[in-house]
Design a protein around this ligand. Structure first.
Ligand code: PGA
Length: 249
């Protein structure tokens, strides 16, 4: 049985005091759930978040990391630094990293490789732009993103991979892929993995949907058979909304 996961990507939001306040509220309101619940505050607040969540089932994960072990990379953070503060999961390939920070498939393949080498779990994000969907290229774009960053990995690596399909046109726009569009793409993702590896790996990997998930649409999206949860941006910044989304799984 693959894991169900609801993760909050806080992006560049919340200072330390706000982080502690939101997490305290979240921990108090966390419903009983079969899902793994994760939050990704900004780097500077990761240690504080871990302290605040001591004893809670909510996991703290990172939004990004560098592929190098250490060295002259001003402003960057390594896998070991994350591991040292007990972070074992990192989001890689978010569309904002790709669009604003020049992260391409080649860089992402290196980051994924480093994280896995260090025994971290990778939440790998990918998804097509609006033009890709309009021109009917969304399947080939998604296939290429997966292939270029992940398909050189050995089968054994896939136990530490979580996928998050996030159509770029649905992120922060209020526009959600319909549950049918999400299901169609998630099924395609599994088929692509089954062809590159085998059906056991394709059926075991958790595939999350991300892009304007909110309390009003979460239940329908999560009800689709190939959708194993969500990566939530805006709605994860409001405790009651995030809790409602967790309850929807
Ligand atoms: P959103 O962001 O829920 O605000 O659309 C999702 C994401 O970027 O992970």
């Amino acid at each position: 049985m693959r894991s169900k996961i609801v993760a909050g990507n806080w992006k560049m939001n919340k200072n330390l005091a706000e982080t502690e306040a939101l997490l305290t509220e979240l921990a108090a309101k966390l419903p009983d759930t079969e899902a793994e619940v994760m939050v990704a505050p900004t780097y500077v607040n990761l240690s504080g978040a871990i302290r605040t969540l001591e004893g809670s089932a909510i996991q703290v994960i990172a939004q990004n990391m560098h592929f190098a072990d250490s060295g002259a990379y001003t402003g960057e953070i390594s896998a070991d630094m994350l591991i040292h503060i007990r972070i074992d999961t990192v989001i890689l390939g978010h569309s904002e990293r790709r669009a604003y920070f020049g992260e391409d498939d080649e860089i992402l393949a290196k980051k994924v490789g480093t994280a896995l080498e260090k025994n971290m779990r990778v939440m790998f994000c990918f998804g097509e732009e609006l033009e890709d969907r309009k021109s009917g290229n969304h399947f080939s774009v998604v296939e290429a993103q997966l292939k270029n960053a992940l398909f050189d990995l050995p089968s054994s690596a896939w136990g530490n991979i979580i996928l998050a399909y996030e159509p770029v046109w649905a992120i922060g726009t209020g526009e959600t892929a319909s549950p049918e569009q999400a299901q169609e793409m998630h099924a395609f993702i599994r088929k692509t993995i089954a062809e590159a590896y085998d059906t056991a790996i394709a059926n075991q990997v958790s595939v999350l949907y991300g892009g304007s998930v909110k309390p009003s649409n979460a239940e329908e999206i999560f009800s689709k058979p190939d959708v194993d949860g969500g990566l939530i941006g805006g709605a994860s910044l409001v405790a009651d909304d995030f809790v409602a989304i967790i309850k929807a799984i």
